[in-house]
Ligand binder design. Structure first.
Ligand SMILES: [Zn+2]
Length: 349
């Protein structure tokens, strides 16, 4: 399964230039199939609701189609003359599959405008040299498993991380200005963001991360300030498992799910409990939940240096791990769809 996307690194402007050595274009939050499934669950849950009508009015399409939009933005490149253009990579035509719905000139212009506006709003130098668009940081956090919950004070978070991006999009949909560094020009853009980022928020390796020393031993990045960038696994993008990195392995969804809500996922989504507390606190609470899930995702794993990435993973019991992984993915997709619908209903009761 093809997961498009380019991912991340903790963006610590002060250390980024020195710190980060290897370029890493890797898969991101759920393959596009996962984002479509999450959107599809929410579409079904919002059928005949005020929020569902609002989504249709604003997007002119459904959440299932909108889900991959934030990843499609990664095709927008900036050249040395400060020109931005949507550029199809002939080496990776598969990246275009979920993006063909946005291929008219007007829709491409809309993507270019968003990227241009959100490029230099933070420093993002994943290879230590080339600035990438700040918008690419909106997709993730890298909170250490040891924390067990989300807090902006922890290593692996920043003011333009996944939780901040969701809160910013919610603010815009509530008619408030987008908090900096987010440059969100319309409710339509904000809705494209939520349609995607609720999926990312429930991929456990998009929120929780393991940090390793050179020998593959687990370390606590919050014990040293600042954390040593050489210990980052970038949500396990730097950890190889046979022919795929561990992050990508978690992005891929069980193939029997296809690209839309199944009866089982819908039933699970409908059984999710209502989220307590204030809407403003929901994204952080859901991130905390994903960190506890990430603890399970990294249980029974051992790491050794080297291989195709900085580290290679081995499993205490691979068959058991794969079964648990499959079950976790299904659960998280259902939760993501339920929470996307819950959020939009709270915004448009
Ligand atoms: Zn993403």
């Amino acid at each position: 399964m093809i997961g498009h996307i380019v991912r991340r690194l903790i963006v610590v402007a002060a250390v980024a230039v020195l710190a980060v050595s290897a370029a890493h274009d890797t898969a991101a939050a759920w393959g596009y199939q996962g984002h479509k499934v999450v959107g599809s669950i929410a579409d079904r849950l919002l059928k005949d609701t005020n929020a569902g009508r609002k989504v249709g009015e604003i997007l002119g399409t459904d959440l299932r189609t909108a889900g991959p939009w934030m990843d499609c933005l990664k095709a927008v490149r900036r050249d040395d003359n400060d020109n931005y253009a949507y550029t199809i990579d002939p080496e990776h035509l598969e990246y275009e599959v979920p993006c063909t719905k946005f291929k008219t000139p007007e829709l491409r212009d809309e993507m270019v405008a968003f990227v241009k506006r959100n490029w230099f709003t933070c420093t993002y130098l994943p290879d230590g040299v080339h600035q990438r668009g700040c918008h690419e940081t909106y997709h993730f956090d890298d909170v250490a498993l040891q924390r067990g919950r989300f807090d902006r004070a922890f290593a692996g978070t920043n003011p333009h991380d996944l939780v901040a991006a969701i809160n910013a999009a919610v603010a815009v949909l509530q008619g408030k200005p987008a908090p900096p560094p987010f440059a969100i020009a319309s409710k339509r853009e904000a809705l494209f963001m939520l349609a995607h980022f609720l999926g990312d928020l429930h991929q456990p390796l998009h929120v929780g991360s393991v940090y390793l020393d050179a020998a593959g031993g687990r370390i606590d990045p919050d014990a040293a300030h600042p954390a040593d960038p050489a210990t980052e696994t970038a949500g396990a993008n730097f950890i190889q498992d046979e022919n795929i990195n561990l992050h990508r392995e978690w992005d891929d969804i069980p193939t029997d799910l296809g690209e839309a809500a199944t009866r089982e996922l819908l039933a699970d989504a409908r059984s999710q409990p209502a989220t307590p507390g204030s809407l403003d606190d929901w994204p952080a609470a859901w991130a905390s939940d994903s960190i506890t899930v990430a603890q399970q995702a990294f249980a029974g794993l051992t790491f050794t240096p080297g291989g195709a990435q900085r580290w290679t993973v081995t499993f205490d019991d691979h068959a058991t791990y794969l079964r648990a992984q499959d079950a976790i993915k299904r659960k998280q997709l259902a939760k993501a769809g339920a929470h996307l619908a819950e959020l939009l209903k709270a915004i448009w009761p």
